[in-house]
Ligand binder design. Structure first.
Ligand SMILES: NC(=O)c1ccc[n+]([C@@H]2O[C@H](COP(=O)([O-])OP(=O)(O)OC[C@H]3O[C@@H](n4cnc5c(N)ncnc54)[C@H](OP(=O)(O)O)[C@@H]3O)[C@@H](O)[C@H]2O)c1
Length: 241
């Protein structure tokens, strides 16, 4: 995909990785739109970057996704890039009392929402690229986040199929595969020891410039290339008994 002159919507673009991508795409000469549930977080971004266009949206509701698409189709029909970045991460055990409800929320936000948005936005005539934010945990699960890891494995698989299926429509599908990074994902403090988002964004843009469609960094690069033995060893390291 070209790196400048795009009109890009980044879901969950007011914080963490989405914000890192939004800042960089803006610097590179793109029109950037972001959406998320918290109006206050969106406002903080526009206070700093008045050029960024914002929209409050709740992607966990089917109506929220349709509302977002209809708003884009009516006001920004020249949008050409969708970044499916919004996601949640629940640290939990299957034996927790609220496990099923939290699992359901995670499946809706991390799977149902981007699948639905992909279907909706591929109807947009100008759309020529989709970036899906999966995870290094797509390849090997961290059992502290059992359903999250599984949602990312799903999204990785769906992204591969989307790359194949949307080619005919002239839509390039790019997988963005972060390792653990220092954001508030899963709750404040859980990712404090991880590398900063800026390092990851630098790596992503270098790979985009090289025309790559699977963008990795550190742990996620290793896991995306690993064979079964390496994946088993990683599982044991990450989930000591
Ligand atoms: N940080 C990591 O270690 C890491 C590693 C691999 C992959 N990832 C992936 O990277 C993506 C971004 O995560 P992050 O680390 O940047 O964490 P984050 O700062 O918590 O970002 C998640 C974003 O998603 C938005 N969001 C969540 N639920 C939403 C909903 N129902 N409707 C609309 N927006 C929603 C949040 O905004 P609101 O709360 O305002 O809605 C927030 O801006 C996620 O898909 C995550 O799985 C992160």
């Amino acid at each position: 995909m070209k790196l400048t002159g795009n009109k890009i919507l980044i879901t969950g673009g007011a914080s963490g990785i989405g914000l890192g991508l939004a800042e960089r795409f803006l610097q590179e000469g793109n029109i950037v739109l972001i959406c998320g549930r918290r109006e206050s977080a969106l406002k903080e971004v526009t206070d700093k970057y008045p050029a960024i266009i914002t929209k409050v949206c709740d992607l966990s509701a089917e109506a929220g996704r349709e509302d977002l698409y209809n708003w884009i189709a009516a006001n920004h029909s020249d949008l050409n890039v969708l970044v499916n970045n919004a996601g949640i991460q629940n640290w939990m055990n299957i034996t927790d009392e609220d496990f099923y409800q939290r699992a359901k929320n995670e499946i809706i936000t991390n799977i149902e929402a981007p699948v639905h948005l992909t279907a909706l936005f591929s109807n947009l005539k100008s759309l020529n690229a989709i970036m899906n934010v999966t995870s290094g945990l797509s390849f090997v699960p961290l059992t502290k986040v059992p359903v999250y890891s599984a949602t990312k494995a799903f999204f990785h698989s769906f992204t591969r199929s989307s790359q194949y299926l949307l080619k005919a429509k002239g839509i390039e599908v790019i997988e963005v595969i972060p390792p653990a990074l220092n954001t508030d994902l899963g709750g404040k403090g859980l990712h404090d020891a991880a590398p900063p988002v800026s390092d990851f964004v630098d790596a992503v843009f270098n790979q985009l410039k090289e025309g790559k469609t699977e963008l990795t960094f550190g742990f996620s690069e290793a896991m995306s290339k690993a064979g079964p033995e390496e994946l088993n060893n990683a599982f044991s390291r990450m989930n000591p008994s």
